[in-house]
Design a protein around this ligand. Structure first.
Ligand SMILES: N[C@@H](CCC(=O)N[C@@H](CS)C(=O)NCC(=O)O)C(=O)O
Length: 216
């Protein structure tokens, strides 16, 4: 089994997940900056054309970051980063879905349509006119989350989950490309600093992060 890996906040989320679990896996590098992930060799394996993916020993390819995490948690249940019972797993998935829909998908789309447009204009349909609205929607989502996590250490209370890793990797990346967490959001900023101090935050950064100046 091996990870098809690259620079970028989604592959970083998977690397952070592995680090939090204490798992080491083989990685095969792909260069997203030159678009290797959009070439036929990779797209034949993962028609979604995005990173990361997981290649099983029989050649089966699993893609979508959180789905890969789901699969790996079934193989390696502890420490649980989704949950150790049905209720905990549902809670983590519920928060993760809210975070993706209200915050991270808006941030990533806005990046593609604005600061990242030179990289993405020949890869996906870009809607530059939507960028400002998406950025504002992401800020609305972060403001909503700020209230929701009052008194909590992590998004799901006292246990770190995939929801924290998804939001951390996205907001750490986006801060470097013009989408920062508003300074008035005390709970989200305190939460960010807590995650940022974990060893997995540093160890999950790709070597290309230094070269690009972006946290991925
Ligand atoms: N929905 C996918 C999104 C993956 C994604 O956006 N990957 C980025 C890197 S963070 C990528 O491959 N970017 C290059 C491209 O889209 O060409 C997932 O959750 O895994």
């Amino acid at each position: 089994m091996k990870i098809l890996n690259s620079f970028g906040p989604n592959p970083r989320m998977l690397r952070m997940f592995l680090a939090e679990k204490g798992l080491k896996m083989d990685m095969v590098e792909h260069d997203i900056l030159t678009g290797e992930n959009r070439e036929s060799g990779y797209v034949k394996k993962n028609p979604g054309g995005q990173m990361p993916a997981l290649e099983l020993d029989d050649g089966t390819i699993l893609a979508e970051t959180v789905v890969i995490c789901d699969y790996l948690e079934e193989l390696h249940p502890t420490p649980a980063l989704i949950g150790s019972n049905a209720e905990e797993r549902a809670e983590a998935r519920m928060w993760n879905r809210r975070i993706e829909q209200k915050i991270t998908e808006n941030i990533y789309a806005a990046f593609k349509y604005a600061e990242g447009i030179d990289m993405f204009k020949n890869r996906v349909r870009c809607l530059p006119e939507a960028a400002d609205g998406l950025k504002a929607s992401a800020q609305d989502g972060l403001a909503w989350l700020d209230d929701q996590i009052t008194g909590k250490t992590f998004i799901c209370g006292d246990r770190i989950t995939i929801a924290d890793l998804v939001l951390y990797c996205c907001t750490n990346f986006s801060a470097g490309v013009g989408q920062t967490i508003d300074a008035s959001l005390d709970n989200v900023n305190a939460w960010f600093n807590r995650i940022d101090q974990r060893p997995s935050a540093k160890s999950s950064l790709h070597p290309a992060a230094e070269k690009t100046g972006m946290k991925g």
